[in-house]
Design a binder for this molecule. Structure first.
Ligand code: SF4
Length: 504
């Protein structure tokens, strides 16, 4: 009989609860983490320790090992599973290990870009976080693994494309199987309120943990520069904390715990499912925050009005005027005409017959691929992945995103700029703006499956018309069950695409 999962139980019974982030960084000795876990296991209402992986883009301790040790000390783990530096096979094997260890709670995230990595995007990121949720859900549905999936969302985005796309992507994660969400950290109650309203207005009752990061001055100064990616704090907040430190004898400890307690009270008042507490592992401090937040609960609206650390003229989804859609460019209208998905039925069968013939002539197939690349590389930055989704991404190639994402931006954007190449705009800004111009923002909710890697270097036209590529109406399942039995390890279909090559 599997052990009860306190996270699932608390969220199912709608009992406000707490999770504490255990940063498994190499800077902290494992023994210290295990001790913290045994202390935290005694804190009432605390349902799990959320064990990080690749926090801040640096390799840390193995989250599965830390999570297993935490559980042995009475603290249920929520394991961060990132897409960084592992391909779909590694991810499937990690999920097999989690299931074999009886660990149900998985936090599916893209992961920060590894600092100083020289590796190509293709090798660093094979799946994106939406595809990762889809993968975990496929294992749950097909193998009966009782995973309880959480996904990330960052409401603290202050440009329209960044903000709107974070919410669109959350809808995709929920549709792919996410059971609950965890926000990125931020200090703006209007944004916490905005996220809840966005979900409520769409009839989405997905439980959400609000992130409460206990913020010391040093971290606040780093956050004000957008480090690590996705974390941001306003100059006013940094000044406030600096003043608190100067006025105290405890380096601002009580002040930051008080701020955390107020944020918990606000989240409970706004109807969040729980608080995801980070920045400190000390059980007595967590206990104090929880107790204090309960005392503050009656005046949460007053406290919310005081917690609005945001950039001037920041964008709010329900309050700020939406950008007037620009005129769709001439080239985008042309692209819409030649986009394979828009091929008229009659022409489609002719093209399919012609391309089936070309496909059987290796020289002709190669020539077509070369011609395709000769046009698409300079125009779109094409990398010949063979699974073209330009038509789904407003003619922006996902391979030009340093994380190769296919389902929307990562959480690392800062005012529309890229986390990995800050001097360049995030590619998804252009996708959003073009979709707005073409009045089809809602179509960005289409789930785009992982690419079939065996098609690298082949003609995407042939692959499209011969239904060989991986795309929304033609996804290739990652999990294929051969001779299903509880003990049979999963035979990952990732190999399938290699077999495909051989069969050609
Ligand atoms: S282009 Fe956008 S989604 Fe891609 S890595 Fe940069 S910030 Fe993230």
């Amino acid at each position: 009989m599997p052990a009860p999962n306190p996270v699932r139980e608390a969220l199912t019974s709608r009992q406000f609860c707490y999770m504490v982030e255990l940063v498994a960084s190499r800077l902290t000795r494992e023994a210290k983490l295990f001790h913290a876990a045994s202390q935290l296991a005694q804190v009432p209402g605390l349902v799990a320790g959320s064990v990080t992986s690749y926090a801040g883009g640096a390799l840390g301790h193995d989250p599965i090992r830390v999570g297993t040790a935490a559980r042995a000390r009475g603290l249920t783990p929520n394991i961060h599973l990132t897409c960084v530096g592992r391909d779909r096979l590694d991810i499937i094997h990690a999920l097999e290990d989690l299931n074999a260890l009886g660990i149900e709670n998985v936090f599916a995230i893209t992961g920060d870009y590894p600092k100083g990595s020289k590796e190509s995007a293709e090798t660093l990121y094979d799946l994106d976080s939406v595809q990762l949720v889809e993968t975990i859900n496929e294992m749950r549905q097909q193998k009966g693994y009782p995973f309880y999936i959480s996904a990330a969302v960052s409401p603290f985005k202050y440009t329209e494309p960044d903000c709107a796309y974070q919410y669109l992507k959350l809808e995709k994660k929920i549709a792919a199987g996410a059971d609950y969400a965890i926000t990125q950290l931020g200090y703006d109650s209007r944004k916490f309120r905005e996220l809840k309203r966005y979900l409520n207005e769409r009839g989405l009752s997905t439980p959400v943990f609000g992130n409460v990061y206990i913020l010391p001055l040093k971290a606040a100064e780093k956050f004000s520069k957008g480090e690590p990616p996705g974390c941001w704090a306003s100059k006013e907040l940094v000044e406030q904390i600096r003043a608190e430190v100067a006025a105290s004898t405890d380096k601002g400890l009580v002040a930051r715990l008080e701020r955390a307690a107020r944020m918990v009270a606000i989240l409970r008042g706004l109807g969040y499912a729980g608080a995801y507490i980070g920045g400190d592992h000390q059980a007595d401090r967590i206990r104090w925050i929880i107790k204090r937040s309960e005392a503050l609960a009656p005046k949460w609206e007053e406290l919310a009005a005081e917690l609005e650390y945001a950039p001037k003229a920041g964008f709010y989804f329900f309050e700020s005027p939406k950008r007037a859609p620009q005129k769709q460019s001439f080239w985008n209208r042309v692209a819409d005409i030649i986009e394979p998905a828009n091929t008229p039925r009659a022409l489609r069968s002719i093209l399919t017959a012609v391309l089936r013939w070309v496909d059987k002539q290796p020289a002709a197939a190669q020539a077509l691929e070369r011609a395709e690349l000769a046009f698409k590389k300079p125009v779109f930055g094409c990398k010949a992945c063979g699974n073209c989704v330009l038509g789904l991404m407003e003619y922006v190639c996902p391979m030009t995103c340093p994380k190769n994402l296919r389902n929307g931006p990562c959480g690392g954007t800062l005012n529309g700029q890229c986390e990995v190449i800050p001097e360049q705009a995030c590619v998804w800004v252009k996708v959003y703006e073009r979709a707005q111009a073409a009045n089809r923002v809602d179509e960005l909710k289409t789930y785009v499956p992982q690419r079939d890697r065996s098609l690298q270097g082949t003609s995407s036209y042939i692959n499209y018309f011969l239904d060989r590529d991986s795309r929304p109406e033609h996804p290739q399942p990652l999990i294929q069950i051969v001779g299903v039995s509880p003990t049979t390890p999963v035979k990952a279909t990732a190999h399938a695409d290699e077999q495909l090559v051989k069969s050609k």
